[in-house]
Design a protein around this ligand. Structure first.
Ligand SMILES: [Zn+2]
Ligand SMILES: [Zn+2]
Length: 235
């Protein structure tokens, strides 16, 4: 896993599958997503490598319930007074009460899903408590006020997390960037039409830096690229 500084407050934890992001406020740290199962030691290494203690982590925000985002959540939540935040609609999948709903796949996604599944650890994510079930419009106490933007479609409770003061969007898997660097609608959606509508919602935000679960972040003038891609996805 690589640790890449996007801004002095924001580090990109680049995993082979399922990226995570570390946000740093004077009062403590927030982790957005937690990689595949087994990612805990790498995340801990990143936090310590940046000069912090694990006890400095105040919050874990899960953009959605998939195993490449909640994989190490239970371990991370045990590091100290960590508030686990996720959308109400994905909470039952995250704390293990219900099975994660399967995606509705386009033909070309089937082979891709097989490839990704082969690269995922066989281990299932340990269930984790959700301390704070969130909804659209809720504001989380980091990054100068982090707004929850409901973005259902990839999963029922997928969210974007938008930091207006910094122009940063954590898009989860609602948006991705391809290996060629193109911004695209995320894949493996439970409701593809709803996912395309959510993409437009996220693209309407005033985003400078867009962070995705898969693919490289866009670090400049992201709104224009998101809007162009959302129009293509809708068309
Ligand atoms: Zn993912
Ligand atoms: Zn996902």
């Amino acid at each position: 896993m690589d640790v890449i500084e996007l801004t002095p407050r924001l580090h990109f934890l680049r995993f082979p599958i399922g990226h995570a992001y570390l946000w740093q406020d004077p009062g403590g740290l927030t982790l957005v997503d937690s990689g595949v199962p087994g990612s805990g030691p790498a995340i801990a290494g990143a936090i310590r490598g940046l000069g912090h203690r694990l006890g400095d982590l105040r919050r874990l925000v899960l953009t959605h319930c998939h195993g490449d985002h909640v994989g190490a959540a239970a371990e991370v939540a045990s590091w100290g007074p960590v508030e686990v935040c996720a959308h109400r609609a994905d909470a039952p999948f995250i704390h293990g009460e219900a099975e994660v709903p399967p995606p509705v796949l386009a033909g070309w996604e089937r082979e891709l899903l097989d490839q990704v599944t082969r690269r995922m650890p066989a281990e299932r994510p340990a269930p984790v408590r959700v301390d704070r079930p969130v909804e659209d419009g809720d504001v989380l106490g980091f990054g100068g006020g982090a707004r929850v933007v409901a973005a259902p479609g990839h999963t029922p409770g997928s969210v974007g997390i938008f930091l207006p003061e910094h122009g940063v969007l954590f898009a989860g898997d609602s948006v991705a960037s391809s290996s060629a660097g193109d911004v695209i609608l995320g894949v493996f959606n439970v409701d593809p039409a709803q996912a395309a509508a959510s993409f437009e919602r996220l693209a309407a935000l005033d985003v400078e830096i867009a962070c995705f679960g898969h693919g490289e972040p866009v670090t400049e003038n992201a709104a224009a690229r998101l809007r162009a891609a959302a129009e293509r996805a809708a068309g």
